[in-house]
Design a protein around this ligand. Structure first.
Ligand code: ATP
Ligand code: MG
Length: 420
């Protein structure tokens, strides 16, 4: 009997894992520069958290959650996004009582029951940032700058930043009225889900991916015409900050994002190198989320970035570097009786910080060297009876073919001088 991977999930194979490390290293470096600390929350939470936090009229909650009843009869859901869990932790651990702002990031698996396609999986991973404690647009600028700094570090210069404001509960009330009036006249042409949304949350219709709704959405009223003075000012302030930092953007009044918790700023970094336009990073401000999950009001802003989509974008634009994690030294040996002598030398090298490998499958010397070539070993040598006797071994530089005789007792010294 053999098994297949569940639909919509992916293995990261050994030959590809360096890509993840490349991105994760960049994430750690960029977050360090911005003084953002990692937070790790569980892979699953009580379902109720997402109903309240993400919103029960969203696609994510309505159609995409992995929910089950555990043996203790609790309703549990695998994280469909990262923000709600962090907000729960922020409240539960009283992080709001410490010095503000609290600046956190995470790298986490995310589970959504979606129709799998390129860049759309049922388990994907997100790098996300959550910044708590400031109503000021400068914090929105900070969040956007973190995402931008990561893209810059990875050499991705083709992403377009779209920004919008979806207002606050005050101006959204007016806007919702306008949307209701608009869609009520066209209710027969809406998809079934959107007909349900019309009463509960018409803003959600704007994010619908159904062809017929996309068509109707084209002429729908735009939020920018309904923003209250405070929200307008926030948007102006955000633009001023982005201008000052030299971060290019386009105002796109059509983006609303797929989660209910946003207030005022929403933004997306969009790539057009993946065929259809695709969002690599989405975020915004959510000033009411902390209260929604049981805390005292505390403003926050953040984003989620899909790591698989980031990898696809890096590959599509030729910005993914080649692997450079090949082993420094492969030490073969001639004769079974030398296997531990070889392993000892290899282990000494490892203790000195030099990556090293030897033979484990009983191959001939010729086959060992073929293997060393396949794995891209930078240097190779073969330990035989002669080498043991003389205490000298020939180390071959696989890049230029040069060979150097080195004392076995000082192989480490050789590598300290070698250009690895
Ligand atoms: P989309 O509009 O593409 O469905 P979304 O609005 O659902 O995206 P968010 O919930 O904001 O996206 O998630 C943040 C990021 O996570 C997205 O910009 C994307 O890069 C990534 N992402 C979201 N869903 C998936 C998925 N099913 N598979 C892979 N990556 C995803
Ligand atoms: Mg989605």
């Amino acid at each position: 009997m053999s098994f297949n991977i569940p639909k919509g999930t992916k293995d990261v194979l050994p030959e590809d894992s360096y890509k993840w490390h490349y991105i994760e290293d960049a994430v750690r470096e960029v977050t360090r520069l911005f003084d953002v600390r990692e937070i790790r929350t569980p892979t699953f939470e009580h379902t109720e958290l997402f109903l309240r936090g993400v919103g029960d009229t969203t696609d994510i909650v309505n159609k995409e959650m992995y929910t089950f009843i555990d043996k203790g009869n609790r309703s549990i859901t695998l994280k469909p996004e990262g923000t709600a869990g962090v907000a729960r932790s922020f409240v539960e651990n009283s992080l709001y009582a410490g010095p503000l702002p609290v600046k956190t990031y995470y790298v986490t698996p995310v589970f959504r029951y979606e129709r799998p396609q390129s860049g759309r999986l049922r388990e994907h991973h997100q790098f996300g940032v959550e910044l708590y404690g400031s109503y000021g647009a400068e914090m929105d600028v900070e969040a956007i700058s973190i995402a931008k700094a990561l893209f810059d570090r990875l050499g991705l210069d083709s992403l377009v930043l779209n920004i919008n404001s979806i207002g606050c509960p005050v101006c959204r009330k007016e806007y919702n009225k306008a949307l209701k009036a608009y869609y009520s006249e066209r209710v027969d042409s809406l998809c079934e889900t959107c007909r349900g949304r019309l009463e509960k949350n018409p803003l959600r219709i704007l994010d619908c991916k159904e062809e017929k709704c996309i068509e109707i959405n084209k002429d729908a009223p735009v939020i920018t015409d309904y923003l209250c003075d405070d929200c307008k000012k926030h948007m102006e302030d955000l633009k001023k900050g982005l201008d000052t930092l030299g971060i290019a953007y386009e105002v796109n009044p059509r983006i609303v994002r797929g989660l209910d918790y946003y207030t005022r700023t929403v933004f997306e970094f969009v790539s057009d190198s993946l065929g259809a336009k695709s969002t690599v990073c989405g975020g915004g401000r959510y000033d009411n989320l902390v209260e929604e999950v049981g805390g005292k009001p505390c403003p926050s802003v953040g984003f989620g970035m899909g790591i698989e989509r980031l990898i696809l974008t890096l590959e599509a634009t030729g910005k993914m570097p080649a692997p450079n994690d090949c082993v420094d030294m492969f030490l073969g040996y001639a004769g079974e009786e030398l296997k531990y002598a070889a392993l000892k030398i290899v282990n000494d090298l490892r203790k000195s910080g030099i990556s090293a490998d030897t033979e484990f499958t009983g191959r001939s010397v010729k086959a060992q060297m073929k293997y060393a070539g396949k794995i891209g070993a930078r240097f190779t040598a073969i330990l035989g009876a002669d080498e043991i006797e003389s205490g000298i071994i020939n180390i071959k530089n696989m890049t230029d073919g040069s060979v150097k005789a080195v004392a076995i007792s000082d192989i480490t010294g050789f590598f300290k001088e070698a250009d690895l």
